[in-house]
Design a protein around this ligand. Structure first.
Ligand SMILES: [Zn+2]
Length: 216
């Protein structure tokens, strides 16, 4: 695993990339490393209990590395309290089965921070696809929440300034639903950090093993 793609909706294309494929309760293929969760976009009131049971089962699968993506989204129409309830139930599962949480968050950063303070989880929380300013990044980091950066970083100047300030042990990289290769995201970050690509690979790999695979 030269490169780790912590969150992707695509099939793993290259031998030297370790991809964490995002799955849903309706997914059928669990033959490669995956994360699974109820995305706030796809909450269906009548299916929640059944889906949580599927999650509990899949979290015990040998290829499961995380719970998610799940989280909070203030732009969609789904009732926010319902989103919170579903998110909290997934936090409980993440704690029970000792799986890190991959979080989808849109305009609800303060709510995420408050939940973290309230519930004091032992598992890693990682906000994926982070593309906000340094102030938001800082408030998440200060509360022990890690950040994952995607392809937006390749061309987004302001985001580059943010990611340059985030300590290497607090971040991961991803391609999400984009076609760009994870290698390009690594190369960009290495440049921004002024570190050789190999060092970056090594560092992220160490963090991944320690936090997600729980080996050292
Ligand atoms: Zn995603």
């Amino acid at each position: 695993m030269d490169f780790i793609d912590i969150h992707t909706h695509k099939k793993q294309l290259s031998e030297n990339v370790f991809s964490v494929a995002n799955k849903y309760p309706v997914s059928l293929d669990f033959t490669s490393p995956f994360s699974i969760g109820i995305h706030p976009w796809f909450i269906n009131k009548n299916k929640i209990e059944a889906e949580l049971l599927i999650l509990a089962k899949k979290l015990q699968h040998k290829n499961c590395v995380a719970l998610g993506e799940c989280g909070l989204d203030k732009v969609i129409k789904t009732d926010f309290e319902l989103q919170k309830t579903v998110f909290k139930k997934q936090i409980q599962l993440s704690e029970k089965y000792q799986k890190p949480l991959i979080i989808h968050c849109v305009k609800a950063y303060q709510d995420i921070v408050e939940l973290k303070k309230e519930l004091k989880p032992t598992q890693v929380w990682l906000v994926h696809g982070f593309n906000k300013n340094w102030q938001v990044a800082q408030s998440l980091l200060k509360n022990g929440i890690l950040l994952s950066f995607g392809t937006a970083m390749i061309n987004h100047k302001k985001l580059q300034e943010v990611v340059a300030k985030v300590p290497l042990e607090k971040l991961f990289l991803e391609t999400d639903d984009k076609d760009d290769a994870i290698v390009e995201v690594y190369v960009k970050l290495a440049k921004l950090k002024g570190v050789p690509l190999e060092i970056l690979q090594q560092k992220i790999q160490e963090n991944f093993k320690q936090l997600f695979l729980k080996t050292t």
